[in-house]
Ligand binder design. Structure first.
Ligand code: IPE
Ligand code: IPE
Ligand code: MG
Length: 246
């Protein structure tokens, strides 16, 4: 994931399929608004899109798919929308874990999901344990995730090692920081896609995306599916990655 490991990532790319695709699923609210529907209808359709994209990722040979589901800033939304989103997430875990498990999906969470309601935390922990030995696709859900909070947490953990167990200041390297991130054992994203036409990262994988290819598409998330993912992969295959070298 570090710059030092970049040549291996470049060699593995082979002009084809990215190993790790990370998606900022945006535009559910606008999708609903255009149809004069409540925002939750857009979020519901957004879950359907997510399920289709997880299936497609497996078919396309993507090893890791990260989906940004709820940011640390999304708590600023009205309480009823936050509760709708948590309800949909709970329903997704309960209803769809069997299909995910049967399709060889391993579930991982990044972000402070343990701060969520205890029953939801338990459902998530059970789903992760149940799929832990699957290896076809790793589905990483970014939940109560924010890059800045993640990096601050890494800094706290390193500071504790310096003051508590005698870690030397010189040992605070990019690799040491990476080892404290939620993504420590996940390869860096090769491709970050954001739907809905917005061109910003909104506190998503700021460290990990240091050398990711960024792709902004106008499609609203509920309309994103296998064909759109395949088009993004094919666009990625035409990009030239350099990692600072020549
Ligand atoms: C993305 O859709 C879903 C989440 C952020 C949870 P939005 O809800 O942000 O949709 P827009 O941006 O209002 O259209
Ligand atoms: C980013 O989308 C967060 C998720 C997709 C979960 P937002 O819709 O919250 O981002 P901003 O507020 O437009 O930057
Ligand atoms: Mg949005």
């Amino acid at each position: 994931m570090s710059v030092a490991s970049a040549p291996a990532a470049a060699a593995g790319q082979g002009g084809s399929v990215p190993r790790h695709v990370a998606i900022i699923m945006d535009g559910n609210g606008r999708w609903a608004k255009r149809r004069l529907l409540p925002r939750i209808a857009g979020h519901r359709k957004g879950i359907e899109a997510a399920k289709a994209v997880v299936r497609a990722a497996g078919d396309l040979g993507i090893e890791v798919l990260t989906l940004y589901a709820f940011s640390t800033e999304n708590w600023r939304r009205p309480a009823d929308e936050v509760s709708d989103l948590m309800g949909l997430l709970r329903k997704f875990i309960v209803d769809d874990i069997d299909e995910l498990a049967a399709n060889g999906v391993r579930l991982r969470i990044i972000g402070d999901y343990q701060a969520l309601k205890p029953d939801l935390v338990k459902l998530i922990d059970d789903a992760m344990a149940r799929t832990a030995s699957n290896s076809r696709t790793t589905l990483v859900i970014a939940l109560n995730y924010g890059s800045q909070a993640e990096i601050a947490r890494a800094a706290r953990q390193l500071a504790a090692k310096v003051s508590g167990s005698g870690m030397s200041l010189d040992a605070i390297t990019p690799e040491a920081i990476e080892a404290e991130l939620y993504t420590a054992d996940i390869p860096a994203p090769d491709l970050v896609i954001r739907t809905s036409g917005e061109q910003r990262l909104s506190n998503f994988l700021l460290w990990q995306a240091a050398y990711a290819e960024l792709m902004f598409v106008d499609t609203l998330w509920p309309d994103f599916g296998k064909a759109e993912l395949a088009a993004a992969i094919s666009g990625f295959g035409e990009r030239e990655r350099r990692f600072g070298g020549l």
